[in-house]
Design a protein. Structure first.
Length: 391
């Protein structure tokens, strides 16, 4: 089952940190520990003691799906019902019972620093672990001392298990549906928002059911034309119409059952100039250099330097943003950061993206290229991808 390995990894770390039990509620962390992707943010807890069996608490209607991936203790509570005790009352009772079973001392771990959050299956709202959750834990555990376990969770989930890598492979393959739709839709006369909608539609229609995928979302942003010389900044799709032979850039996040892929593609709505082709090749080579340098023991700074040196050797100014970052349980994981001077050490089975870019007025815009890969001894191995060119 999905959660066995992760619970076994976490328990000795909790014990060595003097933590009796951790109460985890952030959806991406519940997924990380149990393999279950909760439907509503905050409506799911996993309680991991330093010793003994962990317990997953979910709404009643999620129990059958949770049982498919979770082999630990499973308890439920009512949600969206007025004919039973409130969810909060039942959750407090469940936590009090677990406190009596697991707590030997007085230290309880919680997610005190999770400010960047991935959405649950119902992506319209994302709930943070703030003072109400802290108060709930304190009351259920009898005024226990709380300690932040965010760093412990972030460090552990940066290295992916075999099952998680399989899920991320699926997410990257589903992203491919959107990237191919982008290539086809990037025609002169189309608006940026029309192209964005085509990408997201392809991901939704072709992704659901693909290799068993249940919850699929595409988050596409399109930008085009001379404004792409500033395309290293965050941008929003506009009703602007693409002109013949203009550069068009896709920034794409893809969510499949809680696992994330991150990609960027750039194409020309017509024929590319020789300068644009040269920049495109430089960017592709810089991405390849980053992945080749991403071996266990290398630092994020090493990978960043390899990519920038390759770009500079082709005669292009180094891009102003990061070379890449970790990805998996959310679109931008906290580690490893592939930036100048980063001391984050890469480990086998980390998943990273490399996204070098060139942005110049002489190109009539900018070009970026981004793919995800798994850190291996011989260099990072790609997850998914595409085989088309700039035109």
């Amino acid at each position: 089952m999905a959660g066995d390995v992760r619970v076994e990894q976490l328990q000795p770390q909790l014990a060595s940190s003097g933590i009796d039990v951790a109460v985890i509620r952030v959806p991406e962390n519940v997924l990380f520990v149990t393999g279950h992707f909760v439907q509503i943010a905050g409506a799911g807890f996993v309680v991991v003691p330093a010793e003994g069996r962990a317990t997953l608490l979910v709404p009643e209607y999620e129990a059958p799906e949770a049982a498919e991936v979770w082999d630990g203790e499973l308890e439920t509570f009512p949600v969206i019902r007025n004919d039973r005790p409130s969810a909060l009352e039942v959750v407090r009772e469940r936590l009090e019972a677990l406190a009596a079973r697991h707590r030997n001392g007085g230290t309880v771990g919680y997610e005190g620093s999770s400010e960047t959050l991935a959405p649950p299956a119902q992506a319209g709202e994302v709930n943070a672990v703030a003072r109400p959750t802290q108060r709930l834990i304190e009351e259920a555990f009898g005024g226990a001392e709380l300690t932040d376990v965010t760093e412990l969770l972030e460090a552990t989930k940066a290295v992916k298990t075999t099952r998680e890598l399989e899920k991320l492979e699926i997410a990257n393959e589903v992203a491919g549906f959107g990237m191919h739709a982008f290539k086809e839709a990037s025609r002169a006369g189309r608006t940026e928002v029309e192209i964005s909608a085509a990408v997201e539609s392809a991901i939704t229609v072709e992704g659901h059911g693909y290799r068993g995928a249940r919850v699929v979302r595409g988050y596409a942003t399109i930008y085009s034309g001379p404004d792409l010389q500033h395309g290293w900044q965050y941008f929003r799709s506009r009703p602007r119409r693409v002109e013949p032979d203009e550069l068009v850039m896709l920034e794409l996040g893809t969510l499949v059952d809680g696992y994330w892929a991150d990609h960027t593609r750039t194409v020309v709505a017509g024929r590319a100039s020789s300068a644009q082709r040269a920049a495109y090749e430089a960017v592709r080579e810089a991405a390849a250099a980053a992945l080749a340098a991403a071996v266990p023991g290398a630092t994020g700074g090493d990978v960043d330097a390899a990519s920038r040196a390759t770009c500079a050797s082709a005669g292009f100014e180094q891009f102003p943003h990061h070379t890449g970052h970790g990805v998996g349980f959310r679109l931008h994981e906290s580690r490893p950061q592939l930036v100048p001077g980063s001391t984050h050490e890469l480990r086998e089975n980390m998943v990273i993206v490399a996204e070098p870019g060139v942005y110049r007025a002489e190109l009539d815009g900018g070009i970026r290229y981004e793919d995800a890969a798994v850190v291996r001894p011989g260099g990072a191995q790609m997850l998914g991808g595409t085989d088309y060119d700039l035109d």
